[in-house]
Ligand binder design. Structure first.
Ligand code: 6PG
Length: 479
């Protein structure tokens, strides 16, 4: 074989990734698709790429140098399993199968185990950046064995986005670590998007500004600490005028947000791990709420506040919203990194949180300068208990908290939903509280289920005889 890398699955993401690979010095790319037509189209449309097309899996395997390395870019789930099975029939021990789709990490753990038994390496790699990222340079989050990283590392580095001279790819950890981190990336993406959407809604309803005017506000914010790809594209979307109606496009789009599942996985996993990712959860639920038109129609007659929403000082309000957005964003990222840390502990992955934040600086959907601050925080204190306690973020939160509270109050009074803003503020107030009403919850649990409690003043586990004389006894710890 003459190709050093192959791509299976030539839909947009696969084709773009194959073209990206082919455009880099030293790569020769074999391509395969279930129906040959797609392969033919890609090869004819891009003669410059020098692709080696294959009609069968046998031909594909024969066109690859050893150790054979192939990246699968097909739909997550059954289609991925089918391709893995076919590749296993034609590959040999030492070869490397990479799944570049948005796989659910437990599937990746399962597949890695099964494939490894044959001596073939399996690498689940999260790839972020959409179609353009795949073509020009994505952020790549590979898991898998150290052995496969030796071959794969240089190839992935050749196509990854570059942030301040560094390629946006790192060996995240073994087996499913890469897809786990990609999953949390998407959860953070959901939170980031929802926070921006809430900021837009509050400004629009509070000031009456047009989408085009609000686009200018986002463009301005993009020059400060909020600078990020998502803020940048928000301005683009808000500026867009619908050709057919002449209205802002955002007013023509149906207000029901879709989701392909990665946000829900992030929340489900966080629930199992006991990590409160409330910002991501609210963002995911906000999409669900929006997508039930029958319920929304039925509830539309429920009353809101009596007073109309008016903002006295528009510029001050907009600045408050900006600060609330930044503070809530810090909370969302802090929660997301908590989930990665908890996942690493649960699944025995050595994940360098600072390295993860660095490979998100370019290529991916959540790319932002902000991620450098996260890397700095973990560099200064690798065992940081929570990202928001790092000096830089603690300072930002203390500067922003008054504005954050004003915005959440305004939203509640105006009857404007701001689930991500308000849940982030509650998280902030919860995590910093001296005492939480969790003590009362423990008392309730002990009352109805003898679930026991700990005391603040002595060691041991206790139970009150609620249905007896209400004296306290020492008890077995039942949690
Ligand atoms: C990326 C994106 C990409 C995609 C997801 C989420 O990192 O390139 O996260 O993976 O946008 O499919 O999409 P949904 O919003 O449809 O869940």
């Amino acid at each position: 074989g003459t190709a050093n890398i192959g791509v299976v699955g030539l839909a947009v993401m696969g084709s773009n990734l194959a073209r990206n690979l082919a455009s880099r010095e030293g790569n020769t790319v074999a391509v395969f698709n279930r129906s040959y037509e797609k392969t033919e189209t890609l090869v004819t449309e891009h003669p410059e790429a020098g692709f080696i097309p294959a009609k069968t899996y046998e031909e594909f395997a024969a066109s690859l140098q050893k150790p054979r390395t192939a990246i699968i870019m097909v739909k997550a789930g059954r289609p991925t399993d089918a391709v893995i099975e076919s590749l296993m029939e034609v590959f040999e021990p030492g070869d490397i199968i990479v799944d570049g789709g948005n796989a659910y990490f437990p599937d990746t753990i399962r597949r890695e185990k099964a494939v490894r038994e044959t001596g073939i390496n399996f690498v689940g790699a999260g790839i972020s950046g959409g179609e353009e990222g795949a073509l020009l340079g994505p952020s790549i989050m590979p898991g898998g064995s150290d052995e496969s990283w030796v071959t794969l590392g240089p190839i992935l580095k050749s196509i990854a986005a570059v942030a301040e001279g560094e390629p946006c790819v790192t060996h995240v950890g073994h087996d499913g670590a890469g897809h786990f981190v990609k999953m949390v990336h998407n959860g953070i993406e959901y939170a980031d998007m929802q926070l921006i959407a809430e900021a837009y809604d509050l400004i629009r309803r509070g000031t009456g500004k047009s989408p085009a005017e609000i686009a200018e506000i986002f463009a301005e914010w993009n020059r400060g600490e909020l600078e990020s790809y998502l803020i940048e594209i928000t301005a683009e979307v808000l500026r867009q005028i619908d050709a057919e109606t002449g209205k802002p496009l955002v007013d023509v789009i149906v207000d029901q947000a879709g989701a392909k599942g990665t946000g829900a996985w992030t929340v489900q996993t966080a629930l199992s791990l006991g990590v409160p990712v409330s910002g991501i959860a609210e963002a995911t639920f906000a999409r669900s709420l929006s997508s039930h038109p029958e319920q929304r129609a039925a509830a539309a007659s429920l009353p809101g506040p009596d007073e109309a929403f008016t903002v006295a000082d528009q510029d001050a309000f907009i600045e408050d919203v900006r600060q609330a957005l930044y503070a809530s964003k810090i909370v969302a990222y802090s929660q997301g990194f908590d989930e990665i840390r908890a996942g690493a502990a649960e699944y025995n992955w050595q994940i360098d949180l600072g390295a993860v934040s660095k490979i998100w600086r370019a290529g991916c959907i959540i790319r932002a300068q902000f991620l450098n601050r996260i890397a700095d925080a973990y560099a200064a204190e690798p065992e940081l208990p929570a990202l928001l306690t790092a000096p830089y973020f603690a300072d930002a939160l203390s500067r922003g908290q008054a504005a954050w509270r004003r915005v959440v109050i305004a939203a509640a009074q105006a009857g404007i939903p701001a689930p991500a803003f308000s849940s982030s503020l509650s998280y902030y107030d919860g995590i910093r509280a001296d005492r939480l009403p969790a003590a009362l919850v423990q008392g309730q649990r002990d009352f109805f289920g003898a679930h026991t409690y700990k005391r603040i003043d002595k060691e041991g586990t206790f139970h009150t005889l609620w249905s007896g004389d209400r004296s306290e006894i020492e008890a077995e710890d039942t949690h």
